[in-house]
Structure formats: structure tokens, C-alpha cells
Design a protein around this ligand. Structure first.
Ligand SMILES: NC(=O)c1ccc[n+]([C@@H]2O[C@H](COP(=O)([O-])OP(=O)(O)OC[C@H]3O[C@@H](n4cnc5c(N)ncnc54)[C@H](OP(=O)(O)O)[C@@H]3O)[C@@H](O)[C@H]2O)c1
Length: 248
């Protein structure tokens, strides 16, 4: 398979790229951090990993990168739109600029990549696109208002797009991981339940993608618990999250 992965300079994206290459796939990697991408490519045989630096918030650049990938290796079979950011926030110090940064990278940045790749996927009538969201998009969580809102937007967006894309022969998945140890979660100052190591998480994601399911979540015990929380009446849910807050 030819695979394009965004956000591959660290964490989940980097690990996914390494695992897919080990299994013999051709991988194109994007992120802003050129040195980190080149270091990743340098760990593998020449030509196994193609480096395509990109700031996903630049729509023209996303189109140019996708067109270069197509020219170099052909239309990818699988695109994993994984790039994202998280900046913990507090209502006592709402920072509109930071809020905008999270929404722009996580939502608008994902949309620029979708817009870039979709015409080629639809014209071909096949292919698989995965959007990496989060269980934080299921329900509001303290200190994650911007992040949770951006991830909820991605889940809703994918649900909206799936039927139309399926009719065009294009498969869409939304990936909702629980906590995974990466530079992104290293910023968290609380203990993270069911924290997964990045290699396990990447394996779970790959298994889910291979199954072709629309929604891919892991680790199951945690994500099913959070799905259960979605069924709670709002007053009960808010009582629970207020208690979480008091525990710090
Ligand atoms: N770790 C978790 O517990 C967890 C849980 C649920 C969901 N997720 C999601 O999984 C994805 C990967 O996160 P991670 O945990 O692996 O975090 P990470 O190590 O911080 O990786 C984030 C990646 O996104 C890239 N990125 C950020 N802004 C970008 C931009 N404007 N343009 C291009 N690339 C950009 C970063 O590269 P550059 O900075 O070099 O551009 C980096 O490669 C994210 O979407 C995250 O929300 C993570």
C-alpha cells in the first residue's frame, strides 16, 4: 500500500509510519518538523519513507504536497490525517488565540488535507481515509474545552461525510484513541487512566484500519466506559466531572 500520514514527526504518527514501513508498505510522511521527519526517514532504507514537510493549516501547501505525493508514488491507498495539537485550557484564563490555534490545526488543518486528497480518491472510486479524533470528543471534559470541541467537530464531520463518500467508493474512518504516551500527553499534569504505550496504540489503530470499521477506538475498556458516560443524563455527568475537578 501507499500510505500518507500527517503528524508523523512524533508520537502516534511517527510510530505508525515505522510500523507500516516494517510491514513493507510505502509511506509518505508530513509535519512541520523537517528535521524530525528526516531523522525518521534516515532510520529506514532509502526510498521507504518519503518526506513531505507541511503545515496543514496552509490549504495551498496541503494541495501542493498531495500533488507531489501523487506525482512521486501515485494516489495513496490510505491517508491517515493524524496531525493535531492539545493545549490544556482553563475557564479562569480563556485565551481566544490559543483556542483558535487548537481549532485551526485540529479542524481546519484536517479539512485542508481532506480537500486536497478527495478529488483523486473520488475520481478513482476507492481508497481509505482515516481522521484521528479522540475520546475527548465524546463529551465535555475539564481543562480540554478547545481540544474536546475540536475533536467533537471531527467526529461529527466524519459522520456527516461517511454516507456520501461510501456512495463514491471511498472508505472513511474516525479514530478515537484514549490516552497514549506521546509528547502531546506529556503535557498533562494528572494521572491518565488506561494509558497506552505508543507502539501498542499504533498496532491497535492499524488493526482497526485493516478491519475497515468506521469508528476505531482503543483501549476498549476505557473507550467503552466513556461511551457509557454519553448515555448519562447531563446532570449526573456534570456531577461526576465536578468531582473529578475537586480531586485535581
Ligand atoms: N496521545 C494521546 O493520548 C491521544 C489521544 C487521543 C487522540 N490523539 C490524537 O492523536 C494525534 C497524534 O497525537 P500524538 O499524541 O501523537 O501527539 P504528538 O506527538 O504531539 O504529535 C502531533 C503531530 O502533529 C503534528 N502537527 C501539529 N500541528 C501541525 C501542523 N500545523 N501541521 C502539520 N503537522 C502538525 C506534529 O508535528 P510538527 O509539530 O512537527 O508539525 C506532530 O507530528 C492527534 O490528532 C491527537 O489529538 C492523541
Amino acid at each position: 500500500m501507499i500510505i500518507w500520514i500527517t503528524g508523523a514527526s512524533s508520537g502516534l504518527g511517527r510510530e505508525l509510519a515505522a510500523q507500516y514501513v516494517r510491514d513493507g508498505h510505502r509511506v509518505c510522511v508530513s509535519a512541520r518538523g523537517v528535521e524530525a521527519l528526516e531523522a525518521l526517514a534516515g532510520e529506514h532504507a532509502p526510498g521507504e519513507i518519503g518526506v513531505y514537510p507541511l503545515d496543514i493549516t496552509d490549504a495551498a501547501a496541503a494541495q501542493a504536497v498531495f500533488d507531489r505525493i501523487v506525482a512521486d508514488v501515485g494516489v495513496p491507498d490510505l491517508c491517515i490525517l493524524n496531525a493535531g495539537t492539545h493545549v490544556p485550557d482553563r475557564v479562569t484564563a480563556i485565551d481566544p488565540e490559543r483556542f483558535r490555534q487548537v481549532m485551526t490545526i485540529n479542524v481546519y488543518g484536517t479539512v485542508t488535507c481532506l480537500a486536497a486528497l478527495m478529488p483523486a480518491f473520488i475520481a478513482r472510486g476507492s481508497g481509505h481515509v482515516a481522521v484521528v479524533s479522540s475520546v475527548a470528543g465524546y463529551r465535555g471534559l475539564p481543562y480540554a474545552a478547545a481540544y474536546g470541541a475540536s475533536k467533537a467537530a471531527l467526529i461529527n464531520m466524519c459522520e456527516g461525510m461517511q454516507p456520501e463518500l461510501a456512495a463514491c467508493g471511498v472508505r472513511l474512518s474516525v479514530v478515537n484513541p484514549g490516552f497514549v504516551r506521546t509528547p502531546l500527553t506529556d503535557r498533562n499534569r494528572f494521572s491518565m487512566p488506561f494509558l497506552m504505550e505508543v507502539d501498542d496504540a499504533a498496532r491497535s489503530m492499524r488493526r482497526g484500519l485493516a478491519s475497515g470499521r468506521f469508528e476505531i477506538t482503543f483501549p476498549k475498556r476505557f473507550t467503552w466506559l466513556l461511551k457509557g458516560f454519553r448515555l448519562l443524563p447531563i446532570a449526573v455527568y456534570l456531577w461526576f466531572t465536578r468531582r473529578l475537578l475537586r480531586k485535581g
